[in-house]
Design a protein around this ligand. Structure first.
Ligand SMILES: [Ca+2]
Length: 161
């Protein structure tokens, strides 16, 4: 019995202290991206992170393309991916070259908006690396891409990785 109790105490000692954010409930964040250059016909538009903030919405005037959550079924902390200016997705769509640091290797579910229903998640930044996952519409569980996505694409149609 003594040894069991000792193991239990050691186990309790390793429990992580909850962060302030989780103690206060899910945190909603906003990530605003802008195009790295002008739209080129037949090419996806590359987007780079411009601004990121949690709590107060910093981008109400910007267009929401996607919203992602830390956990399955659209639960936990969330982040809205916005574009400072741009058009609806066409077949080429957008390349989001990196996540805000806090969201790297974290997304577990997402919703896609407007014409940007085709989504591909990538293991590495720069929409590269394997594995990759291809989806359409809202996704309550990203499956094999859980907690490993570092960049993504949106387009008007589902495309294979
Ligand atoms: Ca997660």
């Amino acid at each position: 019995m003594l040894s069991s109790a000792a193991v239990l105490l050691v186990g309790l000692g390793s429990v992580a202290v909850p962060s302030v954010a989780s103690a206060a409930g899910p945190e909603n964040c906003t990530a605003v991206y802008e195009a790295a250059g002008p739209k080129v016909a037949g090419e996806p538009t590359e987007l780079v992170l411009k601004d990121y903030q949690c709590g107060d919405d910093i981008g109400t005037l910007n267009w929401v393309v996607m919203k992602a959550w830390d956990h399955a079924d659209y639960k936990g902390d969330s982040v809205e991916f916005k574009i400072s200016s741009g058009e609806e997705c066409d077949i080429d769509g957008y390349r989001w070259t990196s996540m805000p640091q806090y969201w790297n290797d974290r997304i577990s579910s997402f919703r896609a908006y407007g014409s940007c229903q085709g989504v591909r998640l990538y293991n590495d930044t720069g929409t590269s690396g394997t594995p990759c996952g291809s989806y359409k519409n809202d996704v309550s569980w990203v499956g094999h891409m859980n907690d490993i996505a570092s960049s993504f694409r949106n387009s008007s149609e589902k495309k294979e990785c």
